[in-house]
Design a protein. Structure first.
Length: 377
């Protein structure tokens, strides 16, 4: 049975393939067995509690970026793993609770460290997020190492840093949706060259996320890199993938609610919008569509139902004409969709379903009361 044949009673609907999520996590578990790294799920990509429950037995913990994420992750995780936090925006009045919830905190600046570290709980291991100053991305919107970056302490600042004896770990995140390990190798080589002595004094290093492990065929470079770090510096090594676990497991189902011609182009209005998949508008990308056929003779521009002029998914081809009431399904939208989605124009958020085999089970429905409570003064 194909995804198009699974009956979903509501539209728009966000579909999550549970088996795919667990399969991606198991790939990382195999990787972990080969090099003894520890795997964290970065919940910013999709913090749905059902997903956290599915992943809990397959990861070593969760990575978080705020107090609310830490509270939610802690409720799910309990004592069965560790929480790791890094964020440019840690408020002083939240830090004590954060240090009680999290076992690891990587400060984003030396000023943040000096101001807050003294208030941390004894159980919390403190580190610094570092910026190697090595850009591996062409688009500044994704690049943590862009000029004047707000993310991390530049490596040069660590040399002779007075705080060094208090720093137990280092964290970096320099890549985005990479399908090979070249960026990671370059960064680690730079850190070895600049911080060799300091790497002997710390207990752990977090290599961040940004690598699509589920789309990489050969992990040997990664395994060798981690084993060498552990052997040379006796470090605990963490990774924190997000999109690599949930990205390909998410689908957005929508229904055709109007068709017309505008200046010779056939327009199809869907009952969803780019506000349900905000990175389409944010990064001007065209999402993949299961129904798309590159050889199809019927060409339509798929657009959303809001009054935003740029609420456009893009142009797609079909084997046969689209009809009113027909469904289309966007794929590979598991990460950074729902977590950024909004009810712009008052259009409701999609219902969320778990897919397992040929069964779709409703996980969450948003009501008018949810919309109203958001705007109650």
């Amino acid at each position: 049975m194909t995804l198009q044949q699974i009956e979903v009673p509501t539209s728009p609907a966000f579909l999550l393939d549970k088996n795919k999520i667990i399969s991606s996590a198991r790939i990382l578990k195999q990787l972990q067995d080969q090099c003894q790294c520890k795997v964290l799920y970065s919940i910013k990509s999709l913090p749905l509690t059902a997903v956290l429950q599915w992943l809990k037995p397959h990861v070593d913990g969760f990575s978080v970026s705020s107090l609310f994420e830490a509270r939610l992750a802690n409720e799910i995780l309990g004592d069965s793993g560790s929480l790791h936090l890094t964020s440019p925006g840690i408020n002083s009045d939240e830090f004590q609770e954060l240090s009680q919830l999290c076992q690891y905190i990587s400060f984003n600046s030396t000023h943040q460290f000096s101001r807050l570290a003294k208030n941390s709980s004894a159980q919390c291991s403190l580190g610094l997020r570092i910026n190697p100053g090595l850009s591996t991305l062409d688009d500044d919107r994704y690049d943590p190492c862009r000029v004047n970056s707000k993310l991390g302490v530049h490596v040069e600042q660590l040399i002779n840093l007075p705080l060094r004896d208090k720093i137990e770990g280092l964290h970096f995140h320099t890549s985005f949706s990479s399908r090979n390990f070249e960026p990671l190798k370059k960064v680690v080589n730079r850190l070895r060259a600049q911080l060799n002595d300091d790497l002997h004094t710390i207990k752990w290093i977090n290599l961040g996320g940004g690598y699509l492990f589920d789309e990489i065929d050969d992990y040997q470079e990664f395994v060798t890199l981690v084993k060498q770090l552990k052997q040379d510096f006796q470090l605990q090594v963490f990774i924190e993938p997000g999109k690599a676990i949930v990205g390909q497991a998410g689908f957005l189902l929508a229904t055709v609610i109007d068709l017309f011609v505008s200046n010779g182009k056939k327009i199809v209005v869907l009952d969803t919008s780019v506000n349900h998949n905000p990175e389409v508008f944010e990064y001007q990308i065209q999402p993949e569509l299961i129904n798309n056929d590159v050889d199809g003779n019927y060409v339509y521009e798929l657009v959303g139902s809001t009054c935003l002029a740029g609420d456009i998914f893009g142009e797609y081809r079909f084997k046969k004409p689209l009809l009113l009431g027909e469904s289309v399904i966007f794929k590979n939208v598991g990460a950074y969709t729902l977590v950024k989605a909004s009810r712009f124009n008052g259009y409701n958020l999609p219902d969320i379903y778990a897919l397992k085999g040929n069964q779709a089970t409703l996980l969450k429905h948003y009501s008018f009361q949810d919309y109203k409570s958001q705007w109650l003064g």
